[in-house]
Design a protein around this ligand. Structure first.
Ligand code: PLP
Length: 342
């Protein structure tokens, strides 16, 4: 067991998009601001926002496997989908630019927001700079249907096309976070630490699923990976994570026997829905920025950190725990939500 039990990860095609392991940093000023030392609680951040490609973020870990496979298959064009301010779409465009692939994006109106900041700034601005052709669809239109139809037309014209679903959250994509689970275990060993909890947002569930698969493969408690649902309701988010984690374990040659009871999801931060700001999110983003100089995002990491702050207040996080908060990126989203913070 342990990190070595994930060696099958290395046999699966992958393209290097990161700059080695992302750093783990202690959040001492927030510990002090919240009086956590008295309870022996230590907070750390896994800085998955610190990657040099395209502004960084969790989606690059999934794209390492998606695009590794695509290059092996001779793909020349990637077509993907997401919400208007999708970080996955932005990072798919950036990775395609680096690898010399064409990229087209179909962006759905998943969030009840409009205006110049939301439709032109943030991730949309960057999609365009990375030379992907972002199409913002009319309300009610299905982005994956558009993507599949476009892929069919491109294939008919002689292209080899990869279509990536929302968030890159397939079993293959989830392997990126099984790899991250191994990376965390290696960093724990180097620093003489053992995290009692790892905190992530659950959007399309691939990040949590990959970490859970990695923990299961290493024989560790999968419930120490705690996620806050930001897109689906709690039960649905848990079931999606379970199914993806079991399928990812299958790709690693292991039996996927996880049940919903093995997956820790809290739905209390969703508020009025995906991409809809909450007061707790705004306070959490402000706290992290003002105390640590670290940027969270309004849709994913801000709501997850709000959930962690609540769990610290109400005693879900127990005395003496070491907690690792994964900063999943998404900084460009702040510029799309300017007036929420102004
Ligand atoms: C910045 C950021 N954090 C977290 C997530 C959630 O990851 P997942 O979709 O794998 O649950 C996403 C994407 O959806 C994201 O863009």
């Amino acid at each position: 067991m342990g990190a070595a039990s994930l060696s099958t990860l290395d046999a699966i095609p992958r393209v290097d998009l990161l700059d080695g392991p992302t750093p783990i940093q202690r959040l001492e000023r927030i510990e002090r601001a919240l009086g956590l030392a008295d309870r022996g609680i230590r907070l750390y951040a896994k800085r998955d926002d610190l990657m040099s490609l395209g502004g960084g973020g969790n989606k690059l870990r999934k794209l390492e496997y998606h695009l590794g496979g695509a290059l092996a298959d001779g793909v020349d064009t990637v077509v993907s989908v997401g919400g208007v301010q999708s970080n996955h779409a932005r990072l798919t465009a950036a990775a395609a630019a680096r690898l010399g692939l064409a990229c087209e994006l179909f962006l759905a109106r998943m969030v009840p927001r409009d205006g110049t900041d939301y439709e032109r700034n943030g991730n949309v601005l960057l999609d365009d700079l990375f030379n992907a052709r972002p199409s913002i669809l009319a309300p009610g239109e299905n982005a994956l249907e558009h993507a599949n139809a476009r892929a069919q037309a491109l294939r008919a014209a002689g292209h080899t096309v990869l279509v990536l679903p929302t968030g890159g959250s397939t079993p293959l994509g989830a392997l990126g976070y099984a790899r991250c689970a191994r990376e965390i275990a290696q960093q724990e060993a180097q620093r003489g630490l053992r995290f009692d909890r790892v905190i992530v947002p659950n959007g399309s569930a691939g990040t949590q699923a990959g970490l859970v698969a990695g923990y299961a493969a290493m024989g560790r408690d999968t419930r120490s990976v705690r996620a806050y649902a930001v897109l689906a309701a709690e039960d649905r988010a848990r079931e999606t994570a379970r199914d993806l984690a079991n399928a990812a374990l299958g790709l690693l040659g292991k039996e996927g026997t996880l049940t919903a009871g093995d997956i820790e999801v809290d739905g209390g931060e969703l508020g009025d829905g995906y991409g809809v700001p909450t007061d707790a999110m705004v306070a959490a983003v402000r706290l992290m920025a003002s105390q640590e100089g670290v940027l969270l995002d309004p849709v994913y990491s801000g709501k997850a950190f709000a959930g962690l702050l609540r769990d610290l207040r109400c005693g879900v996080v127990r005395e003496g725990e070491d907690v690792l908060f994964v900063v999943t990126g998404g900084t460009p989203g702040l510029f799309a939500y300017r007036e929420v913070f102004a």
